[in-house]
Design a binder for this molecule. Structure first.
Ligand code: ADP
Ligand code: MG
Length: 743
């Protein structure tokens, strides 16, 4: 059945050749109980390893069932081990972190049995070696004798025609030794059992053949009983199947959790990789985002890349219905009606005092203020504002006490807007020179919009059927101002206007005010109820002749508002994240609006520079990934070091290199996935404000779902590479060598 012809085994060690055994000629038959003895170093173990297919041989021929094996490659020996040989070692070679049951099950799963169909068989075998009581005990808790029984049960489970035992009782006391020998004798009927032992006495009675080795040679070979058995193995009962995928997953899961400290350490390593990856990638995204914001154009102050400007194609104003519809679009963060205020930088001065105070900024609705006040309170009326200023602002830091008491005028025009500062928010860091904000009530915003409408409008005043564009007016006659002394539908004009009328008297004449601007045209028909001059202005309008509005057409506030305080003709929509701008644009187009995407209006002369910065950033990220890979590889290698025994055990039990690697792949995959999703849960908790961890918050601010998927793929790839590298290192050595090194 098994035959060696002139077989020699040499060890090459750093240039020195040592002989394991040389020119061995021997053949074995089924049903033999062969005992090999000889002093230490005589080559017994080496011979057994060659017979087991665990080590290669250099010279001669070995036949199994008549088939020559010298041309065998590693994969053929995998098959050979699986089909023909079970091993029992002095050091047991069990998986210590598995239970007795799991150890026996392992060999069956590896050989392609289904989990369900093996249960009965395993329990029978465990019973056969007398360990039923311990079937769910971890092997590490058993005594030496019990361990060897597990090894025997496992060898029997594999059900091969050859059982090879290398000093199975070497680590056992004499009582256990006897038990083990007895069991071995019982179970070896119809099998070829080859056993190396020092304790010849205990096997003398049962051995059918005794071989003695000395210095790498067989010096005697005695048959105790003439055997009359056939030479061939009549039928190989071992399964030809490979381990199924489901069972590989099962073992992968088992290995993930069976040693808790190992699981935790590996988990921490993967968590570390996950956090580093996502943080670095987040900062890459952030810098991309910020370099995108560097662009500018000549028309707009607020160049946020999330801004979309809309108006209606028919030129009509944007109604409440429109706003409601837009608000329903996903990822719309906010809508600024009358968005012109976003693009006007306002300048307020105080001129009441000898000391000079001022502030500037973009006007915003107080509802949008998302910071805590550093000083003062929120506005309570339309002429109170909160400032968002640079922390080293000269007025609002050094001279705050006085600055807060001042009244400020828009463009230092006393007839324009006047406000008081009631609260301050200091910017965290200096952003840029036009990042100041002025937060006011919506009433203040409306007032300012009216001013803008006037400023941007062309006014034509029609008196006596004659048009007078405002710019032809020599003085101030066609300026329009509000007075509560004028009733609705009426106008009070200065005497300067009288030249336009017959008899130089415009009283009771009609006056039509026409407004046209970018957004709308409107007109207002009024009757001139009175005419004022320097002497009568006080009594008619309650102002004096030095007032800067002197000379204007005074009209009622309601008429004024009808003309200038209009609905929005243009609005800006802000999207929550620049990634969603495309989606929102599509929806807005569907709703029929005319659009301008702010990010597409930006010219960016520094583009070349930002491109270089981007490339540098990308290189840094890639380097980080590579560094992370090596760090984690070495850490995981250390953690898994104890697993070398496990992997060589698998191979001794007949698992192929490929399947052994696959089991490790699965283990690391499970672990990295767990780590990744643990961190994702953290991110979700932070995003939903259940917990507050600033560093996580800022790290993932600019990451989209695609980024998360991408990083997950990178992580899984990394764990796969780690697994591959680790396995290829192990498999470079023969199964026996890697085992030997660890024990
Ligand atoms: P035994 O099991 O009979 O004690 P071995 O088979 O272990 O003997 O060893 C036989 C010879 O081979 C010894 O001289 C030993 O030094 C040598 N040998 C065994 N294993 C190796 C190895 N991995 N590398 C080099 N020499 C080895
Ligand atoms: Mg030995």
């Amino acid at each position: 059945m098994l035959k060696l012809k002139n077989v020699s085994k040499f060890y090459y060690n750093k240039g020195v050749i040592a002989s394991g055994f040389s020119k061995v000629n021997i053949s074995f038959d089924t049903s033999e109980f062969v005992v090999i003895t000889g002093e230490s170093g005589s080559g017994k173990s080496t011979l057994l390893n060659v017979i087991s297919g665990l080590d290669s041989y250099e010279e001669g021929e070995m036949y199994i069932n008549g088939e020559e094996t010298s041309h065998y490659r590693e994969s053929d020996f995998e098959e050979y081990r699986k089909k023909y040989v079970s091993n029992i070692f002095q050091n047991f070679n069990l998986v210590n972190s598995y239970t007795v049951y799991q150890n026996v099950e392992l060999v069956l799963l590896l050989n392609g049995y289904k989990k369900k169909e093996v249960k009965k068989k395993i329990l029978e075998l465990i019973d056969k070696v007398g360990l039923s009581k311990y079937k769910n005990t971890k092997v590490s808790k058993l005594s030496g004798g019990q361990k060897q029984r597990v090894a025997i049960a496992r060898a029997l489970a594999k059900d091969t025609p050859i059982i090879v035992c290398d000093e199975p009782t070497g680590n056992l006391d004499s009582k256990s030794s006897k038990d083990i020998i007895k069991i071995l004798k019982e179970v070896s009927k119809n099998k070829l059992l080859i056993m190396v032992t020092h304790d010849y006495a205990s096997v003398e009675d049962i051995a059918t053949r005794v071989i003695k080795m000395h210095d790498g040679k067989i010096v005697s070979d005695k048959k105790m009983v003439e055997d009359n058995n056939q030479n061939m193995i009549s039928e190989i009962t071992t399964s030809d199947k490979k381990i199924g995928f489901l069972n590989m997953i099962r073992l992968g899961i088992r290995n993930t959790f069976n040693i808790i400290p190992k699981f935790i350490l590996t988990f921490i390593v993967f968590l570390f990789i996950t956090v580093s990856l996502l943080t670095e990638y987040g900062s890459l995204r952030k810098s991309e985002y910020e370099s995108g914001k560097l662009g500018y154009n000549w028309y707009f102050m607020d160049t946020s890349d999330t801004r979309i400007i809309i108006n209606k194609k028919d030129g009509s104003f944007i109604s409440e219905d429109d706003f409601e519809r837009i608000n329903k679009i996903n990822n719309v963060d906010k809508i600024v009606e009358n968005d012109i205020i976003l693009d006007n930088y306002l300048w307020f001065e105080s001129t009441d005092n000898e000391e000079y105070y001022y502030f500037d900024g973009i006007l915003r609705d107080i509802e949008e203020l998302s910071y805590e006040l550093d000083y003062g309170r929120m506005p309570e009326s339309d002429n109170e504002v909160v400032l968002y200023v640079y922390p080293y602002d000269y007025n609002f830091n050094d001279r705050l006490e006085n600055a807060i008491k001042e009244t400020y005028y828009l463009n230092s025009d006393k007839n324009s807007l006047r406000v008081k500062v009631v609260g301050i928010v200091y910017q965290d860091t200096f952003v840029n020179y036009d990042s100041n904000m002025i937060y006011g009530t919506s009433g203040l915003l409306d007032k300012y919009m009216s001013l803008v409408n006037i400023e941007y409008s062309e006014r034509i005043v029609n008196i006596n059927s004659k048009n007078y564009p405002s710019f032809v007016s020599p003085g101030y006659e066609f300026h329009i101002a509000v007075s509560d002394k004028v009733s609705k539908g009426k106008a009070i004009v200065s005497e300067g206007i009288n030249y336009t009328c017959k008899d130089f008297n415009c009283k009771n004449k009609n006056i039509e005010i026409n407004i046209s601007n970018l957004y709308y045209e409107d007109s207002l028909n009024l009757k001139i109820s009175n005419i004022y001059n320097e002497k009568t202005v006080k009594s008619l309008l309650g102002i004096d002749k030095n007032n800067s509005n002197y000379g204007s057409i005074f009209i009622n506030k309601e008429d004024y508002n009808n003309l200038f305080n209009k609905e929005s003709y243009q609005a800006s929509i802000f999207v929550t994240k620049v990634d969603y701008v495309d989606d929102v644009v599509l929806e807005l187009e569907d709703l029929g609006y005319r659009l301008l995407e702010m990010r597409k209006t930006l010219s960016n002369e520094g583009k070349e520079v930002t491109k270089v910065i981007k490339i540098v950033k990308l290189v840094v990220t890639v380097l980080l990934v590579i560094t992370l890979f090596f760090i984690s590889y070495f850490v995981i290698k250390l953690i898994l070091k104890s697993r070398n025994v496990y992997f060589s055990t698998l191979r001794i039990l007949g698992s192929t290199e490929k399947n052994t690697k696959r089991i490790l792949d699965i283990e690391l995959f499970i672990n990295s996935t767990l780590a990744y999703f643990t961190y994702i849960i953290f991110i979700l908790l932070v995003k939903k404000d259940f917990i507050s961890i600033n560093f996580i918050k800022s790290a993932c601010e600019y990451l989209s779902i695609y980024d998360y998927v991408l990083m997950y793929i990178v992580l899984v790839l990394m764990s796969y590479l780690i697994s591959s590298r680790f396995s290829s290192k192990i498999f470079k050595k023969s199964a026996m060598n890697s085992y030997r090194e660890e024990v």
